[in-house]
Design a protein around this ligand. Structure first.
Ligand SMILES: [Zn+2]
Length: 130
């Protein structure tokens, strides 16, 4: 897997693929510190950058602590990845064929931002807020 973290036109740093990825391929996994949902909500309060995924009603993973490159996947309203959460793992799969050099994005869906963070994905399908 040839993934690279670099500056993104969406925001901050993003995750890019240097190789084309076929549709439905598993691209990787979101890793980090395993914490409680209560702790996740505490950390999300007032944080500038949040990289937390809730994996159940009680458990969450904070990718900003000992996390891998998938903590840098930005939100897009027209993403090229989808997330599958199963058995405590957060896996990323290609939603379609992804070209070499593309930024990898996913739809955050319901987020800690409560729909108040302006979206900068700049796609035709943009919902304007995350
Ligand atoms: Zn958007």
């Amino acid at each position: 897997m040839t993934l690279q973290v670099r500056k993104s036109s969406i925001q901050g740093k993003g995750l890019f693929t240097e190789r084309p990825l076929p549709a439905r391929a598993k691209v990787g996994e979101f890793t980090g510190e395993l914490i409680s949902v209560r702790e996740a909500r505490r950390r999300a309060q007032g944080a500038k950058r949040i990289a937390i995924v809730e994996i159940s009603h009680t458990r969450a993973i904070d990718g900003s602590v000992n996390g891998g490159p998938f903590q840098f996947v930005n939100h897009s309203c027209d993403p090229n990845l989808f997330i599958r959460i199963a058995y405590g793992r957060v896996e990323f799969y290609a939603l379609r064929h992804i070209r070499a050099g593309e930024e990898l994005t996913c739809d955050y869906g319901e987020s800690h931002h409560d729909g108040k963070l302006p979206c900068t994905c700049a796609t035709g399908k943009c919902r304007k807020f995350i």
